[in-house]
Design a protein around this ligand. Structure first.
Ligand code: ATP
Ligand code: MG
Length: 271
């Protein structure tokens, strides 16, 4: 602390400043204590969710596994209606598992506990894998899924599993929000300034300008998506944004309602 001895205006100003400094210091301590509390609460929430999701995952995996065994006829041939019922059980279990994984990821992102394992990754290869996995889904919908991979792509240092999760989320959204006979395309190129740039475009229902910022918030779903009864929880994009952010990258959306949407992800290329 500064001891003010002058009695003039400068002295008054100095003692004011000194009082302000004291107040700021006290507020900083309050703020830091509150921050530590919040961090502690976040960490406890994350470990609670971790434990609960583990407890839920084990029986759900069993449900899925046994449903599959029944479908494969290991316990005797099922009738047509039985097959349909067991398929519903299996798919319901799968959806619950995905939801649990999403909630867990979201909680890790929020508490800053998302651990990434960085490694040099061949993005072209990764994109081809994502296309392959989604092929049955697009065939069913008669949507065309195409990938265009640019030349001279340097390997990107990223968490490959998480990057796959980003692309899977964006591509499954694109397919989901695009009607039959639409097109979904993934493009990858190298940009000297932005790094690896990946775009996922579709010819689907689009996102209104007012909604474009909001879709990255957790649990946000557009009115259009809801009125068309397209299923979803509204977690996918918030997780995508969290993972992109953890990589030091950026994500943007560009869309015209009724015409289509393009999401652009840029990841820095670390030499
Ligand atoms: P979840 O991913 O949790 O299963 P979801 O797909 O509804 O559910 P997000 O992926 O977070 O949730 O997307 C949020 C919302 O953004 C969607 O509900 C939809 O309204 C809108 N949206 C996302 N992608 C597209 C797209 N390609 N075209 C049109 N709307 C989209
Ligand atoms: Mg989604």
């Amino acid at each position: 602390p500064v001891v003010v001895t002058r009695g003039d205006e400068v002295g008054a100003m100095l003692s004011n400043l000194e009082a302000l400094r004291g107040k700021l210091r006290r507020e900083l301590v309050t703020y830091q204590t509150a921050l530590e509390h919040t961090r502690g609460a976040d960490a406890r929430k994350a470990s609670f969710l971790n434990a609960v999701s583990h407890e839920l995952r084990t029986p759900l995996n069993a449900v899925g596994g046994f449903a599959q065994l029944l479908l494969e006829g290991h316990d005797g041939q099922l009738s047509e209606p039985q097959v349909e019922d067991v398929e519903l059980i299996r798919d319901g279990g799968r959806q619950l598992l995905e939801l649990i994984n999403d909630i867990l990821d979201m909680s890790m992102i929020e508490s800053g506990e998302l651990r990434l394992s960085f490694a040099s990754t061949d993005i072209a290869e990764l994109v081809r894998g994502v296309v392959k996995i989604h092929q049955p889904l697009v065939d069913e919908k008669r949507v065309q899924l195409q990938a265009e991979i640019g030349p001279n792509l340097p390997p990107v240092v990223c968490d490959a599993r998480r990057l796959r999760q980003i692309l899977t989320n964006l591509v499954s959204n694109a397919i989901k929000f695009t009607a039959d006979d639409g097109i979904v395309d993934i493009r990858v190129r190298n940009d000297d300034r932005l790094g690896a740039v990946i775009t996922v475009g579709d010819t689907g229902i689009g996102i209104h300008k007012d909604d474009q910022e909001l879709v990255f918030q957790r649990f946000y779903r557009t009115d259009t998506a809801q009125s068309m009864a397209i299923p979803g929880t509204g977690l996918g994009l918030s997780i995508v944004a969290g993972i992109v952010d953890a990589h030091g990258g950026t994500i943007a959306v560009d869309s015209t309602p009724g015409e289509g949407t393009t999401f652009t992800v840029s990841l820095p290329v670390v030499a």
